[in-house]
Design a protein around this ligand. Structure first.
Ligand code: TAP
Length: 482
């Protein structure tokens, strides 16, 4: 197996200050955790330890919820929407000003290519705050019902694939609507959330409006179980989402769940094939395939399937896999050893079940966690690689003859988050969008995000929407609920 060694760019540490250890951000201060066991966060491209991070105990979560409640009742829920908006604008501008630091830190902690954190994650995070700043004083005009009011204290638990962007998706609408938050980043990617805490201080956000508690699943569970939480917003796996739904059943807590996916990227024979191949690459190799809405199933019309796969393989041979800090890198490191093992296990199952495996054969660095861009052909719908979320740079190719068959195969999954359609025919796009049970359907593009556009799932991909006017609904109560 070809491998090589690379030295991570030494200047990356000069762009951003990383402390050797971090406390929790509660009530506007970084405080020491009580009792938890600190854990290390690692650069997955080098296995170098970046920092030691505190584990928040249930007592720490309680302190964070109390701080959030005090800020809610005394300050934030009483403030005018226009004034809340000013804070959100300020945060958005500071994210822009500190974009380089945030991008470098995100890439070091997550393993994603710097060109993605620089051009996608960080600008979209700023855009999310700008967008919701605009709503803060216009909630009465958002068709949310008469006199929309905040819910109170919101608990937010996010995954590791888009650490800062998922934080922005959660924090910006919650604050715009007048709620305060207690947020837990993922164990493997806490650093940009901790830098965001510093940004909240820089923006002079009133203490306690945003609280960041680091830790693993137990800390998330402590947030879920805390009686002082009015609403939970969770993004992560369907399994944990189901556990959360069970934990809060019968309580007054509201919830929105953004869970897993097994998106179908559907290519018809009249599509411009080179453009479609670029869309397939963006669909599944963007962010190493660590994308809930990834186009992880490629459905190609049978008469162009061989040609599409041939062009796809040729294109994958040109992808640069390696140092995420290199601006030319297309595919970075897998976020953790555990995730690498999951990808390896599922791809082995794909081979064992009879699918044909191909990978780009590129060299991989010796240290860190890496996986070559991989294509499976001869995939049957019953194969695990066609059913289960791989969450890695692996695409499963299936074929179809008619639009009806494409719809049936695309919908043959417990998930319902995303789909893409590649065709010249506008009428077919509209028909397919109507038939596909997916929260997002892209036409002749894939993995495009915009804060004005609601995002969320059907079926086991969860419930509730984030972004757009619809995303505000999850953070207010109206009429009889008040
Ligand atoms: P999970 O294991 O579900 O973790 C998500 C978050 O929940 C993490 O912060 C995790 O903490 C925490 N957590 C774990 N167990 C918990 C519990 N019992 N109670 C409360 N919180 C708990 O998912 P992941 O592996 O990080 O992320 C990948 C998954 O997220 C994929 O399935 C992907 O599809 C999904 N995802 C969905 C979307 C949308 S928008 N639908 C977006 C991105 C990702 P630790 O990480 O510290 O264990």
């Amino acid at each position: 197996m070809p491998t090589f060694e690379y030295a991570p760019a030494p200047e990356s540490r000069a762009v951003v200050d990383i402390a050797s250890s971090y406390g929790l951000f509660i009530g506007g201060e970084f405080v020491e955790a009580t009792g938890g066991t600190p854990f290390k966060t690692v650069n997955p491209a080098t296995e170098e330890v970046l920092a030691e991070v505190s584990e928040a105990s249930a007592d720490d979560v309680d302190a964070a919820v109390r701080a959030a409640r005090t800020a809610y009742t005394r300050v934030w829920s009483r403030m005018s929407g226009a004034d809340r908006g000013k804070y959100l604008y300020r945060i958005a501008r500071i994210i822009q000003e500190r974009a380089r630091e945030l991008a470098v830190l995100e890439t070091l902690d997550n393993g994603k290519p710097i060109k993605e954190s620089r051009d996608v994650d960080v600008p979209l995070a700023a855009a999310h705050f700008f967008y919701h700043a605009g709503w803060a004083d216009k909630l009465g005009y958002a068709s949310l019902g008469a006199d929309p009011r905040p819910l109170g204290v919101v608990g937010q638990v996010i995954p590791w694939n888009f650490p800062l962007l998922m934080l922005a998706w959660k924090v910006a609408p919650a604050l715009a609507c007048g709620n305060t938050v207690v947020l837990k980043p993922a164990e493997t990617t806490p650093l940009t959330a901790l830098l965001f805490a510093e940004i909240c201080r820089q923006a002079e956000l009133p203490p306690g409006v945003v609280n960041i508690v680091t830790g693993a699943g137990a800390t998330g569970q402590a947030i879920v179980d805390h009686p002082g939480i009015d609403k939970l917003a969770f993004t992560g796996s369907t399994n944990v989402g189901k556990m959360i739904a069970r934990s809060i059943a019968g309580t007054r807590k509201k919830a929105t769940l953004e869970l897993g996916g097994k998106g179908a990227n559907i290519v018809f024979d009249d599509a411009p094939l080179d453009q479609a191949v670029e869309g397939i690459v963006t669909g599944i190799f963007f962010n190493q395939g660590h994308v809930c809405c990834a186009g992880s199933r490629l459905l190609v019309q049978e008469n162009v399937a061989d040609e599409v796969v041939r062009r796809l393989k040729r294109r994958l041979g040109t992808l640069r896999v390696g140092d995420p800090m290199d601006k030319n890198t297309d595919v970075g490191a897998i976020n953790s050893k555990a995730q690498l093992d999951r990808i390896a296990a599922l791809t082995e199952a794909g081979e064992a079940e009879g699918a044909q495996r191909w990978d780009s054969g590129c060299e991989l660095p010796t240290a860190g966690y890496w996986f070559r861009p991989t294509v499976f052909t001869d995939v049957a719908q019953s194969h695990r690689i066609a059913q289960e979320e791989i969450f890695g740079p692996v695409v499963s190719v299936l074929t179809f003859r008619t639009p009806g068959e494409a719809v049936a195969k695309a919908n043959n999954t417990p998930y319902g988050l995303s789909a893409g359609v590649w065709t010249e025919k506008g009428s077919r796009i509209l028909w397919m969008a109507d038939q596909l049970r997916a929260g997002v359907v892209w036409a002749n593009t894939f993995n495009k995000f915009d804060p004005t556009s609601p995002f969320g799932g059907y079926k086991e991909s969860g419930y509730g929407r984030e972004g757009g006017r619809h995303g505000l609904e999850a953070y207010v109560k109206t009429g009889s609920e008040q």
